[in-house]
Write a protein that binds this ligand. Structure first.
Ligand code: SF4
Length: 185
């Protein structure tokens, strides 16, 4: 990867948790992107809907955060959440670099997978798609919100870990480190 600093992809981030066990199997870094235009009634992340810049970070800065989390917490992968991660242009470039580190990627999206570019789909291991539908609350699976949401295993990295989501009992948060906030420009 080689970008002049002005040409690097940039990402709009709300916050990042460096190491958590509650955003997918194993210990993961979770990134909540800022901005979502889907506006599901009953959304629990209303503060992440605004499309305004919140913390703008370059590709290199974001990769360095993940690298540091890998070294410090031996994370297995990264979870992309929000907000709507797919609004981030060139997210696939970030994902491809994450893969080079040997890390897995789980992405939540309020869109249907059919709306996504192949390039983005192929850069992720597991996609959980669909809007949150308040009248279809999912009480049998954790993290998914509503029963319409589907798991799409793009690679076989997480196929053996589907059970993680089939869990009626809320997993207690095991936070290794608190959220970090980034001061953007
Ligand atoms: S897709 Fe997610 S963040 Fe966006 S409005 Fe729906 S629940 Fe909220």
């Amino acid at each position: 990867m080689s970008y002049h600093s002005n040409l690097q992809p940039k990402f709009n981030i709300a916050y990042i948790k460096l190491a958590t066990k509650t955003e997918g199997p194993f210990t993961r870094t979770c990134i909540w992107f800022q901005g979502c235009n889907i506006k599901c009634p009953g959304c629990v992340n209303v503060d992440l809907q605004s499309l305004e810049p919140r913390n703008i970070v370059t590709l290199e800065e974001l990769l360095n955060i993940v690298k540091a989390a890998k070294e410090k917490y031996d994370i297995e992968g990264v979870t992309l959440s929000g907000g709507e991660p797919t609004l981030q242009k060139e997210l696939h470039v970030f994902n491809q670099e994450i893969r080079k580190m040997g890390l897995g990627i789980i992405m939540f999206t309020g869109k249907n997978i059919k709306e996504l570019d192949d390039e983005l789909i192929e850069s992720v291991d597991l996609i959980i798609d669909g809007p949150f539908i308040e009248s279809k609350l999912d009480e049998k699976r954790i993290l998914l919100g509503s029963t319409n949401k589907k798991l799409h295993f793009i690679t076989d990295r997480y196929t053996k870990h589907k059970d993680y989501f089939d869990n009626e009992v809320s997993i207690n948060e095991i936070t290794v480190e608190d959220y970090i906030f980034i001061n953007g420009d």
